[in-house]
Design a protein around this ligand. Structure first.
Ligand SMILES: [Zn+2]
Ligand SMILES: [Zn+2]
Length: 275
């Protein structure tokens, strides 16, 4: 029991330590870029009001995501393929399996990125619906949107909005080795789209999600907040009619403005948000 606890504590510490160098690099890069190209000039990110909240999510969410992912991969292999031994799991997942694993890693990466973005586009839209909004509102609660706000996710949102997509693609046969390259890129891109930058990347704004594209998503519902759902490829929003980019304007107000969407609950005889 003690050994198991120490093993878990060691893994948590390892995940935490791994995130420090990339966090410092992102902090340095976005501090400089925001100084020259802020979308909404104001105080630097480390002086935002809810910086402690952001830091807690930033370091805690990757640890939670890791355990969710491992748990679901073990459960998925047991239920779908009746694999229950440690050796069996390693052999099953180590280099992927089935036809997808025979493709070059670059091709698997493309399939993973497109598949993941398609799934998370729809789960994201689902989380904007009335029954799930209370969980996703956590992500939209940042009023001073900065790169460090990227990891603000309710565990329910993290699980059904991103972990499930990763697990589905790994169970389908994609090799986990793609994460060696994609892991740091995904973290950096997620921080990038939340960064306080006025970057739209010209015609590439349709190819890859940019800070202006995603910052519009974080505005109130009547300002674009129910648009731009794609995490990586805005073409999904073009395809499904949710692309939003008003000409000559930049997004400027963020947070959970539309409180009517939050589910209410009764507490002490009064209606209060059920968050
Ligand atoms: Zn959203
Ligand atoms: Zn966001």
């Amino acid at each position: 029991m003690i050994d198991e606890f120490l093993g878990i504590a060691g893994n948590v510490g390892e995940t935490f330590l791994k995130s420090i160098p990339i966090s410092l690099a992102l902090a340095a890069v976005f501090t400089v870029l925001t100084f020259f190209s802020a979308c909404n000039p104001g105080v630097p990110w480390w002086r935002k009001r809810d910086i402690v909240t952001d830091l807690c999510y930033w370091f805690f969410i990757p640890v939670l995501a890791r355990y969710f992912r491992i748990g679901m991969l073990v459960a998925g292999a047991a239920v779908l393929f009746h694999i229950t031994t440690a050796e069996g799991l390693i052999a099953f997942y180590q280099d992927g399996h089935g036809p997808l694993a025979t493709l070059p890693l670059a091709a698997q990466m493309v399939i993973f990125l497109v598949g993941e973005d398609f799934i998370t586009y729809w789960t994201h839209r689902f989380f904007h619906g009335a029954p799930m909004w209370k969980y996703h509102a956590v992500h939209h609660s940042s009023e001073e949107l900065e790169w460090i706000s990227a990891a603000r996710f309710h565990p329910i949102n993290l699980f059904f909005g991103s972990v499930i997509a990763d697990v589905a693609l790994l169970i389908a046969g994609i090799s986990p080795n793609i994460f060696v390259v994609l892991g740091p890129i995904t973290i950096a891109h997620s921080a990038f789209v939340h960064a306080n930058l006025n970057w739209s990347l010209g015609p590439f704004k349709y190819v890859i999600a940019t800070p202006v594209f995603h910052r519009w998503h974080h505005t109130a519902a009547d300002r674009g907040g129910e648009k731009n759902f794609a995490a990586t490829f805005p073409v999904l929003d073009l395809l499904f009619g949710t692309f939003y980019w008003p000409k000559g304007e930049l997004p400027d107000r963020y947070g959970v403005d539309d409180r009517s969407r939050i589910i209410l609950t009764v507490k002490d005889g009064k209606y209060v948000p059920a968050m």
